[in-house]
Write a new protein. Structure first.
Length: 584
């Protein structure tokens, strides 16, 4: 089983965008009006003088005293925890996203929380159990920080147990050699607790590492761990939400042992991974966590508006700005949601029309693929800004669809105000989501930037929008000229996605959209049935064979003229239909 597989990373050619496909956790919708979206982030924890776990403030301060930062070379996921019992142990910057339902910035996502439950102590670390293995040794303040965490959980004791026999990923054998050396040198004894756990085993240790079990564990064993904490034990509960979901048919992770323990102890492991574009120490998906006082943990208030309340977004945003409050406002429709920088809402003339236009893009593009396989399982698709001016992308696909903050003022808002739609970029990026939802069955490498434009083209035509002001009236000219050439150079087509789009325009102009819809619908159905894409040759074969079947035309000569290396086997399949008059 490929436990660490990410759904995909691809390059997107629209204005140097990039596509990062990450499984979302979904979103709810509420039409009653504005509200603080506690479903998006855990309520603010301000330490002993404010709301939250007051008992957590002193140990948190002791754990980070004199340390600066920790960093783990791993994709970390977010933990949600009852703020009356837990405080965030570390958290990312206010530009970070991860694990929440919308991917909105300002939530200060944390991969780990510190908890005091009755007489016991808990550290929930659903960021990645690899943070406690050799790969995280010797980085910044990792060693001192992790040693302090284990020492706090032991509470003066000297016996550390590791659960075993439940498919644990973090075991006594894989535990960090650096931590092992420091603990053993300090007199700590490490021991394995074999399955099934029983009360006598737990009574013999002062703290337990519950190391991301993926196997079978009985409710009775989890009940024992719950009671162990409440009478004074310490537990480090590790795991990784998105990884479990990727490897199991369990989208809510209800069967995940760590999630089942969390239902008893007041925490949940979230989907998605933490990314922090503000981090300057490494990749955004592997941020450095600066160790900060608990009082500085103040997530931005996120207000989600739906229904009639959408029309009030500019007024509410203006009030927040006037009061100096850090807040982010989001409007949501039936299929898509939009966040803008708070000060930019005053520039959008018709937010109700804007969210309706986004929903129209979604519906049109889904219709082109037969409405069979909506992206991300049909969850709300969010559009959010990120202020990353030095990055090479302008927008990128996934959920959320992310755009540079500058794109709001330069593209989205002006086009929504003047043309009633958000521009080609959003239709293109959501088109990436559509072909990814079909598992890229029909997407050879050189066509990866063509298919989102096909979906965007259909969306524009179905919605009666014009692309001319943005894309130019000669959108298809390069493709038409390429097709007309006696010996077109395939390297040109591979370098310019609009060449193949122009070629497809000739096909659609001659035979209509029905064949294209038939092929895309077939792919969506095959993907829904579990088919996965093969290598590049297999994807080309799928494309030519099923597009030919859709149009009831032999398209092999046409694709060969365009430079594609269509196999003789595919030529044999498509030979049953008459050639298209477009073929040379």
């Amino acid at each position: 089983m490929q436990r660490r597989a990410i759904l995909g990373i691809c390059a997107s050619g629209f204005m140097l965008s990039a596509c990062r496909l990450v499984a979302p956790a979904g979103a709810q919708s509420e039409a009653a009006g504005p509200r603080s979206a506690s479903r998006i982030h855990v309520p603010t924890v301000r330490g002993p003088d404010g709301d939250g776990c007051r008992a957590c403030a002193q140990p948190h301060a002791a754990l980070i005293a004199g340390l600066y930062a920790v960093q783990f070379p791993l994709l970390m996921s977010r933990v949600a925890a009852d703020p009356s019992l837990y405080a965030p142990l570390i958290w990312a910057s206010d530009q970070a996203t991860g694990g929440d339902r919308t991917g909105l910035a300002g939530t200060l996502p944390s991969p780990g929380w510190l908890g005091q439950i009755d007489r016991g102590r808990v550290v929930v670390w659903a960021g990645h159990e690899g943070a406690w293995t050799q790969g995280s040794d010797g980085r910044h303040d990792n060693d001192a920080f992790r040693l302090r965490v284990i020492t706090w959980l032991l509470a003066g004791g000297t016996r550390l147990g590791f659960t075993a026999g439940h498919g644990e990923w973090l075991t006594m054998a894989t535990f960090s050699p650096e931590l092992r050396h420091r603990l053993v040198s300090g007199g700590v004894q490490l021991r394995e607790l074999s399955a099934p756990l029983d009360a006598s085993q737990l009574a013999a240790v002062d703290a337990v590492i519950f190391g991301n079990p993926w196997g079978t564990i009985a409710d009775a064993e989890l009940d024992l761990l719950d009671r162990y904490v409440r009478v004074g034990g310490g537990v480090l509960a590790t795991g990784l939400g998105w990884s479990w979901r990727a490897g199991h048919d369990d989208p809510q992770a209800l069967r995940y042992p760590l999630q089942r323990l969390g239902a008893r102890l007041g925490f949940a492991v979230m989907d998605g991974s933490i990314e922090d574009p503000a981090d300057r120490a490494g990749e955004p998906a592997m941020p450095m966590y600066v160790l900060r006082p608990l009082a500085s943990y103040a997530p931005m208030r996120i207000v989600v508006l739906s229904g009639a309340a959408v029309a009030r977004v500019a007024t509410l945003a203006a009030a927040a700005l006037a009061s100096g409050e850090r807040a982010l406002f989001v409007i949501e429709g039936a299929r898509m949601g939009l966040a803008l920088p708070t000060e930019d809402w005053s520039l959008l003339v018709d937010p109700v029309g804007a969210i309706a236009a986004l929903d129209r893009i979604y519906r049109a593009e889904l219709e082109l693929a037969g409405a069979v396989q909506p992206p991300f399982g049909g969850e709300m698709v969010w559009l959010i800004p990120r202020d990353v001016p030095d990055a090479a992308w302008w927008m990128h696909a996934g959920n959320p669809i992310v755009f540079q903050r500058a794109a709001a003022r330069q593209e989205l808002i002006p086009r929504l105000n003047d043309e009633g739609h958000p521009g080609w970029g959003i239709a293109h990026e959501h088109g990436h989501n559509m072909h990814a939802a079909a598992h890229d069955l029909y997407v050879p490498e050189v066509t990866v930037e063509v298919w989102p434009n096909v979906f965007g083209l259909w969306s524009y035509r179905q919605n009666g929008w014009s692309w001319v002001s943005q894309m130019g009236s000669a959108l298809f000219a390069a493709g038409h000229a390429y097709h007309a050439s006696a010996s077109p150079a395939f390297s040109d087509l591979a370098a310019d996605p609009f060449i193949l789009l122009g070629c497809f325009d000739l096909l659609i102009g001659t035979h209509g959209w029905d064949g294209m819809r038939a092929m895309l619908t077939r792919a969506a159905r095959d993907a829904a049935a579990g088919m996965t894409a093969g290598d590049d040759a297999a994807r080309l074969a799928y494309l030519v064979e099923h597009l030919s079947a859709g149009y009831q035309r032999n398209l092999t000569p046409l694709f060969r003229h365009w430079g594609f290396a269509v196999s003789d086997a595919t030529a044999g399949v498509t030979a049953q239909w008459p050639a298209t008059p477009l073929a040379p």
